[in-house]
Design a protein around this ligand. Structure first.
Ligand code: F6R
Length: 369
């Protein structure tokens, strides 16, 4: 049942192009419009939404952090993303014009379920993004957009994460479509790129051998840091989470701009630091800033592991290891940038002799608060 792979995680990483394509299937028509008929929240209600709140845990929370950037950029609706376990206990401000999006692979995560119950009690509409048909979270929501990742067996989430991102992009674009916000050439180009993104994920998977080699060479390390900005920041957090749960290593993700506010003190000679670099096209300020961050840490002896778009030559002089990913629109980059980090964590865990599919102390679905 592992389809020839040693671990379910490896199989599930390899299934990502298909999972992404399946989650898009039938949801973008030939004209490039979105058809999300399954989202049973009436268009008239979606047009009135004045705030979006996303609640989720762990990896799904990282998808939600990226969704916030997409929703605000494409729809101009204020959006906040919060850990489901924190959300309920701060007396959040919600009303009938709030759209709450609950993201959960299993559909059974108690923290997320409690957050959505609380939101509905306040009159908010709840849309679930979920991978498990008929599970509790979609049953208790006003509507559901299913991710079509197929069953995810490994405890560490991989293909579910990519499909959560796809579902979030679809919801963001759909909100933009029904409200007519910013519906121009930029959005049309994004939809075209999204429709063919599975091929880019496939391309990344084909170039992972150097990443595996690098991971094995770092098996004796105690700490790995991850840096990113904008969409690269949640990707950095996700890379760190994967490494913690699988390799049992001290791993931390930072917003690169925060380095100088403290974390840079951690940099010591030969410390591996993974940096997720945004596209030099599009918002080039972001790119320039992160290149100087890489220079700063390298000047202090860090061993830089740089994930950057094909053709980005500016990073080359400062990268001890360079991992190339295909060019994508900025907001879609997490779909390709996360994959090397999954492979990295999986290989490091194997090299350290850990049980990849069943990390210690963890369960696939967390049904207690
Ligand atoms: C990390 C991981 C967890 C889950 C989290 C939420 O690899 O799997 O962090 O993402 O427990 O689970 P779901 O999505 O089922 O609500």
């Amino acid at each position: 049942e592992k389809g020839g792979y040693d671990y379910f995680m490896l199989k599930e990483i390899a299934e990502q192009p298909k999972a992404v394509a399946d989650t898009l299937l039938g949801r973008i028509d030939a004209a490039g419009s979105l058809t999300l008929d399954e989202v049973r929240i009436p268009v008239s209600v979606l047009r009135e939404v004045d705030k979006v709140v996303i609640v989720a845990c762990g990896t799904a929370y990282h998808a939600g952090m990226i969704a916030k950037l997409a929703i605000e950029h494409w729809t101009r609706i204020p959006c906040e993303t919060e850990l489901a376990s924190e959300f309920r206990y701060r007396d959040p401000i919600l009303d009938r014009r709030t759209l709450v999006i609950a993201i959960s692979q299993s559909g059974e995560t108690m923290d997320t379920l409690m957050a959505l119950r609380h939101a509905r009690e306040q009159g908010a509409k709840v849309l679930a993004i979920c991978n498990t048909n008929g599970s509790t979270i979609p049953r208790e929501s006003d509507a559901v957009l299913y991710t079509h990742a197929g069953p995810e067996v490994a405890v560490a989430s991989t293909k579910a994460f990519l499909t959560q991102l796809v579902a979030c992009y679809l919801v963001a674009l759909y909100l933009g479509q029904v409200r007519g916000t910013k519906w121009g050439d930029e959005i049309r180009a994004v939809i075209r790129d999204l429709a063919s993104i599975a091929q880019d994920v496939d391309q990344v998977l084909e170039t992972m051998e150097p990443v595996r080699e690098l991971a094995r060479s770092l098996a004796g390390k105690n700490t790995v840091l991850f840096l990113g900005r904008h969409v690269g920041y949640p990707v950095a957090l996700e890379g760190a989470l994967k490494l913690k749960e699988l390799a049992y290593m001290h791993a931390e993700g930072f917003a690169a701009g925060e380095l100088k506010h403290g974390p840079i003190a951690l940099i010591e000679p030969d410390l591996p630091v993974v940096v997720v670099v945004p596209s030099p096209r599009g918002r080039s300020v972001l790119h320039d800033k992160i290149v100087s961050n890489i220079q700063e840490i390298r000047a202090r002896g860090a061993r830089t592991i740089v994930i950057a778009e094909v053709g980005d030559e500016a990073v080359v002089p400062y990268a001890d290891h360079l991992i190339r990913i295909p060019a994508t629109p900025t907001l879609l980059q997490p779909l390709v940038a996360t994959v090397p980090l999954q492979v990295f964590a999986c290989e490091l865990a194997t090299a350290r002799g850990n049980e990849v599919d069943q990390p210690r102390n963890l369960a696939k679905s967390v049904t207690v608060e």
